[in-house]
Design a protein around this ligand. Sequence first.
Ligand SMILES: Cc1cc2nc3c(=O)[nH]c(=O)nc-3n(C[C@H](O)[C@H](O)[C@H](O)COP(=O)(O)OP(=O)(O)OC[C@H]3O[C@@H](n4cnc5c(N)ncnc54)[C@H](O)[C@@H]3O)c2cc1C
Length: 431
Amino acid sequence: MRNWAGNVTFEPARLLEPESVAELQAAVARSGRLRAIGTGHSFSALAATSGDLVSLARLPRTVEVDPSGTRVTVAAATTYAALSTRLEGEGRALANLGSLPHVSVAGACATGTHGSGDRLGGLATAVLGLELVRADGELVRVGAVGPGAPTGGTGGPGDHDELELAASVVSLGALGIVTSVTLAVEPSFAVRQAVYERVPLESALGRLDELLASEYSVSIFTTWKEEVVDQVWCKHRVRPGEAWSPEPTLLGGRLATRPHHPVPGMDPATCTDQLAEPGPWNERLPHFRVEHTPSSGDELQSEYLVDRSDAPDALAAVAGSAGALAPVVQISEIRSVAADGLWLSPAYGRDSVAIHFTWVPDVRAVARAVALVEDLLAPFRARPHWGKVFAVPAPVLSDRYERLADFSRLADRIDPGHKLRNDFLDSVLTV
Ligand SMILES: Cc1cc2nc3c(=O)[nH]c(=O)nc-3n(C[C@H](O)[C@H](O)[C@H](O)COP(=O)(O)OP(=O)(O)OC[C@H]3O[C@@H](n4cnc5c(N)ncnc54)[C@H](O)[C@@H]3O)c2cc1C
């Protein structure tokens, strides 16, 4: 068994693929130790186990849009690609998406996956409720679950209070096997995507706030090889009836007249439409099209989130070591993520800037680069993305993720036998 990138390989005792929630409950109750897997796109060893591995891919892929049109309840293994196609077909939308739609809803939310946008939280902030099978096999609900559920989320048997929803969404799979997720949706909207080339690094970093605030969702791409950021992707949310066209320049960069791939030299046909062509939200907010391999396809990734106010200094620190990093970097992406209250979210309690690295697929060279980046970003208390390569040791993680100790205690209370743990969680959770 291997993850998408191939850097994590493991031999689970058994692969469990239940076809119903009842079958899953029985399997969880019987298992001695198990982990869930979504689509396996994490670069960290989050899902790796020598115990049982459970995939929900064979459970019915239900997608139920609430008649009010404000929420959708979706089977955990559903990909954002399948979900967003269905939602768009019903005139509904999610506020944001990550760079790739290939990943499962439960897996993405469990790791704090995010897109970009000054006013947009990570994907897990759309979660209103979820249903999960605890280590003892009991099916419980947290928050507002299912069509027509009250938003207060209390009262029914097995329900938990709001505080636990804040703990349970970005869960690293440590609280139970999530079977369905209820997400906030809104009316569908159109997006136009424009790309700017070669924005001087000095302007991009010096006027970072302005740049990130310039559109609904902004991604800044750089290889750290030159004194420019290579590309700035601007995703403009079109207001009904609005005639919008992009400015010819942006902070000294010029509007691209041909489509781009974020990684230099790669085919832009695998990317969503650019050149300000209007399209539905789900065909513009991700960078990559679902029918193609996302990103470079042969890579490792790391990502660190810093407080927005620290971002210019943090980026200047990285830029100061560009010479050492550039040979290992295929592309770096800089995005903004709004603060949230989800305990293990990398944007917990602080508006954040995410500094991402798509590395070359060389594990040793990446380990050296990761150590360097972690040193550079330590003064900014950078929180590593749970689903990507990092080496920040557990005590430091607990300092940066200030609710990690609370989460560890909660996970220990809910799963006292640590049935849902693996080596990764054993090293990260303090109890
Ligand atoms: C090419 C590429 C691009 C990416 N782009 C972005 C990006 O734009 N933004 C970003 O933030 N991240 C990005 N990521 C990271 C990715 O979104 C996360 O790693 C995400 O967790 C992947 O979802 P998955 O379904 O593959 O989860 P998996 O890797 O399969 O699992 C992740 C975690 O979720 C848990 N889990 C999965 N299903 C369940 C369940 N049903 N119940 C309980 N726990 C469960 C697993 O146990 C594991 O702990 C990218 C990754 C790749 C490979």
